[in-house]
Design a binder for this molecule. Structure first.
Ligand code: UD1
Length: 371
């Protein structure tokens, strides 16, 4: 059986690393071998947004790099589809494996569905219920086209139920096969936390801040492309950084928008984007996280760090319900109050919300048995 893995953006490299490792483990112990062809769309291309993850996490080198990036959504998705179609026709995979909610996910799912190649979606069932987000459009369409829907949480399964996925909705391949397998990012956090070697720069930053620090990231279009939201968040983070160091690895989109908006900060410790091992090291030592990233909200939980989400809603509602995550939007006062809250109250982190760290193994077991 041949699996075509389609990835393109930073969080997908982390997720695919887990599943690629599960494929290798499966092949060691089973007579029924699985072949994996990794296709990198090229959506993320800077070495600190892409290559660093491949080398640190030992992801198999992509067999195909389509080098498509930087254009508008329609052009980017369309170009990806055109090139993916050529690759799928040549490689003839039995299944297309796609991750998350990016334009690369959508392009992979749409192209495969049109060629009648079954789609397996890792991180199925997540919803923000906000169609202004490109990610929501990508998720909904990808789920609808998938034969295998691998859900990370009970809420994700409920979302699919509410959309009729359990009441005979037709799906490619006969019917949707929905499995709650847990979150592959939980597997990654558990596997790499003992192995990760941070850079000396990050090691010395941590050693130099014995009283603690916060980790902040920002890249969602809804925040970066709205000057008022961007200014509100930046002002609040800078105010927090006046008394507690805030390390802020800046995504290329955010860098561009900050310079266009002429926004400057005084106290934030700004760095280029960091690799996974540096992020893990920071998560292991920080007092808390401020972010609009989906992945980092969960990673904060895996490392038992309180999180303030710089959005008005989240796909990871269970973390808000459990009190591990606070929604603060882009509002200066709400962000400042949330910081006061997390520094004053002890946050509890109930175990097991996203599984036991065996999501990759389960996904591969299900796919191998499905053929
Ligand atoms: C994309 C995903 C988002 C995901 C995020 C993870 C979509 C619609 N969005 O957002 O869901 O959370 O990745 O980071 O797919 N750029 C560089 N170097 C790079 C990568 C991007 O300079 O290595 C530039 C691009 O040229 C573009 C901007 O950054 O100008 C945004 O990149 P893009 O891939 O469009 O979306 P992200 O904001 O990264």
């Amino acid at each position: 059986m041949k699996i075509a893995t389609v990835i393109g953006a930073r969080p997908q490299f982390i997720k695919a690393a887990v599943v690629s490792r599960a494929i290798c483990e499966h092949n060691k112990h089973s007579g029924k071998k699985l072949a994996e062809v990794v296709i990198h769309t090229g959506q993320h291309y800077d070495s600190n947004m892409s290559a660093v993850f491949f080398s640190e996490m030992r992801i198999p080198e992509p067999s195909h790099n389509l080098a498509i990036n930087g254009s508008n959504h329609g052009a980017m998705t369309g170009l990806m589809m055109q090139r993916l179609e050529e690759v799928f026709v040549r490689e003839k995979p039995d299944v297309a494996l796609v991750y998350g909610d990016t334009n690369s996910t959508l392009a992979g799912a749409l192209t495969a569905a049109k060629l009648q190649i079954p789609v397996a979606h890792v991180e199925a069932g997540l919803r923000s219920f906000n169609f202004a987000m490109p990610e929501e459009v990508n998720r909904v369409v990808t789920d609808r086209l998938s034969t295998w829907l691998f859900c990370p949480s009970a809420n994700a399964v409920d979302n699919l139920r509410a959309e009729g996925f359990f009441s005979g909705i037709s799906a490619p391949g006969g019917g949707a096969r929905i499995h709650k397998v847990g979150d592959v990012m939980c597997d990654a956090a558990l596997f790499y936390r003992g192995l990760a070697k941070p850079s000396t720069r990050i090691e010395s930053f941590i050693a130099g801040t014995p009283a603690g620090f916060y980790l902040a990231t920002l890249h969602r279009a809804e925040n970066t492309d709205d000057p008022n939201r961007l200014a509100g968040i930046l002002k609040a983070l800078d105010e927090i950084a006046r008394t507690t160091p805030v390390v802020f690895p800046v995504h290329p989109r955010t860098k561009k928008m900050l310079s266009q908006a002429g926004l400057e900060t005084k106290y934030l410790k700004i760095t280029d984007p960091l690799g996974y091992f540096d992020i893990i090291a920071l998560l292991g030592s920080c007092k808390g996280v401020f972010t609009d990233s989906g992945g980092l909200q969960k990673e904060a939980y895996f490392f038992a760090r309180p999180c303030v989400t710089l959005r008005d809603e989240t796909e990871w509602n269970e973390l808000v319900e459990q009190g591990c995550n606070r929604l603060a939007g882009a509002d200066y006062d709400r962000i400042i109050r949330a910081e006061m809250d997390i520094s004053a109250c002890k946050t509890a982190f109930p175990a097991g919300i996203y599984g036991q760290g065996d999501a990759g193994e389960k996904i591969i077991g299900i796919l191998a048995n499905g053929f």
